[in-house]
Design a protein around this ligand. Structure first.
Ligand code: COA
Length: 524
């Protein structure tokens, strides 16, 4: 996908190395549980996925650092691996429990990741394969994961709705599938279960004993033989993990492959640069703003970029380009958003919708311009136009947070609330309502005004302590690791992989045809 290039010796920035280190950490955890798991004849979760997908095809793993630095780091990847892979030539969503992480049980982030994967599957018409090996809800966290709308039950609701839309739902039961978890295979279109290993039941043996006094083994209560020959809860009996995966791949042979949307796909042409050359274009906080056009050249075929309105609203760069043959509209920040940049953004978003072209947002934004002059000119209504155009967008769009993501700029530039098909961040990025210093300034002013209004006083020491605390909290919470841990994005990526990931994402989005957009009222 990348190319003949003017190769370079640009070194990997520290923050990229730190990211790679963190990414590999989870693989080294749970060593004892992994040994126990494989001794039982079971494959590890990544091996299961590798066997399931077609050889030599990429797997886009999502939110690999979910739950990072939470739960004393006892839920690496939130205990579930999700991602897009190719099975028998069909792009599919794979959702796989990691039984070596607290028995594959679900905490808040596990559910969030599972639901997000189903959402991506729905938006892109991706068949879903559930590799089930889970003890259900992690009981100490039950109040945070059981009862609300986007909690455990939503998984099964989604399965029914996805199936109704003709999006295949296939389960392979490779371990435990207890209580609510039993609904994952039960709600699937086709279910495979591994003999003497997979179990499906609403209440396990201890619960049955407590409830009715009946003594029964897990295999008798919900094993593969019972479910494939008597209860009918599962359809195919597999000898082991390998066999189960083989059966699943055979099922995929009977699934129709979606007809892909053919929006202006040119022949893919390489970039002009080596992937790592992009490192020199990464925006660095606090230093001179780099012209984002330099970065765009690293992402597009032959570095070509057909710019739209280059001299108007210049702090937002807009234009058309090809990424691995897919024609896209690119919107990238080159400074604070002013009224003109927001109007240009709204116009460009409408153009892309009109032409049914996917969009790529390169987000590095401190926000919209503030101040009397700008308010008087109506920056709020111009920002609203861009936000309105984006909110009613029907074409797929993808957001990469390449630097800062602050304030309403986050929304206008394809933030999470506006439904990008996929949103990835770079390890140098930061996200918060405003920068730490600004937040400390705002709070200091509020506190001083408050004291003045009530006739009390606030000492310099108190103000300094408050500022220090605010800055520390904002810095901690603005970290991309804090964000990805809570699944505010679909994962942190190495900037050098951005073009490859965008190419795959654009291909995946073509599984569903784009609708045309209609717009609400724009405030003029
Ligand atoms: N809630 C909280 N913790 C759970 C759990 C649950 N539902 N299920 C398993 N765990 C924890 C165990 O306490 C253990 O924790 P540790 O590593 O800190 O010691 C870890 O997960 C592994 O469990 P273990 O039983 O040793 O593993 P296993 O591979 O032999 O069995 C299960 C896994 C899931 C089959 C088994 O633990 C089980 O039956 N759990 C209860 C399932 C259940 O009834 N769920 C209902 C909730 S909806």
């Amino acid at each position: 996908m990348t190319s003949k290039n003017k190769s370079s010796d640009i070194s990997t920035p520290d923050f990229v190395q730190e990211f790679k280190h963190k990414l590999n950490e989870p693989l080294h955890q749970n060593t004892k549980q992994k040994e126990r798991h494989t001794k039982r004849g079971k494959l590890l979760v990544h091996d299961r996925i590798n066997m399931l997908v077609d050889a030599q095809t990429p797997f886009i793993e999502l939110s690999a650092l979910a739950a990072y630095n939470q739960y004393k780091n006892s839920f690496p990847s939130a205990g579930i691996i999700t991602g897009i892979g190719v099975i028998q030539g069909r792009e599919s969503m794979i959702i796989a429990n990691d039984a070596t992480t607290k028995g594959g049980t679900y905490v808040k982030e596990t559910i969030k990741k599972h639901l997000r994967a189903q959402e991506i599957a729905e938006q892109n018409n991706l068949a879903c394969v559930y590799l089930v090996d889970s003890g259900g809800i992690f009981l100490p966290e039950q109040a945070n994961v059981f009862p609300d709308k986007d909690d455990f039950g939503r998984i099964f609701y989604n399965q029914a709705r996805l199936s109704a839309k003709g999006i295949p739902q296939i389960s392979i039961v490779m371990g435990s599938c207890t209580a609510g978890g039993a609904y994952i295979p039960a709600m699937s279109d086709e279910t495979i279960i591994v003999k003497n290993q997979g179990t499906i039941f609403l209440g396990g043996p201890p619960l049955v004993k407590a409830a009715t006094g009946e003594e029964v083994t897990a295999e008798e209560l919900g094993g593969g033989k019972l479910h494939t020959s008597e209860s009918g809860v599962a359809d195919h009996l597999a000898d082991d993990d390998h066999h189960a995966i083989e059966i699943c791949r055979t099922i995929f042979k009977s699934l129709p492959v979606p007809k892909k949307e053919t929006h202006v796909k040119e022949e893919a042409r390489p970039t002009l640069y080596a992937p790592h050359d992009i490192y020199k274009e990464i925006p660095v906080a606090g230093s001179h703003q780099k012209d984002v056009r330099g970065l765009i050249k690293h992402l597009t075929d032959q570095g070509e970029f057909n710019e739209f309105k280059p001299d108007y609203g210049a702090t937002l760069v807009t234009g058309f380009a090809c990424i691995n043959g897919f024609t896209v509209g690119i919107l990238a920040n080159n400074g604070i958003l002013f009224s003109e940049s927001a109007q240009k953004g709204a116009h460009f978003i409408q153009l892309c919708n009109n032409r049914k072209l996917p969009m790529v947002f390169l987000q590095n934004i401190t926000g919209f311009m503030v101040g009397k002059e700008y308010e008087k000119k109506g920056i709020a209504k111009d920002g609203a136009k861009m936000v309105n155009a984006l909110a009613n967008t029907k074409v797929p769009f993808f957001t990469i947070m390449i630097g800062g993501s602050y304030g309403a700029g986050n929304y206008a530039m394809g933030g999470r609330a506006f439904g990008p098909r996929l949103l990835f961040t770079w390890p140098n990025s930061s996200i918060s309502v405003m920068g730490p210093q600004q937040a400390a300034d705002v709070l200091s002013t509020v506190k001083k005004d408050q004291a003045k209004a009530t006739g009390s006083s606030i000492s310099d020491e108190e103000l300094q302590a408050m500022r220090k605390q605010t800055i520390e909290e904002f810095e901690k919470e603005a970290s991309p690791y804090y964000a990805t841990s809570r699944i505010w994005d679909d994962g942190i990526i190495d900037p050098a992989d951005t073009r490859t990931i965008l190419s795959l994402a654009l291909s995946v989005a073509q599984n569903k045809s784009n609708e045309s957009s209609s717009y609400g009222i724009f405030r003029m």
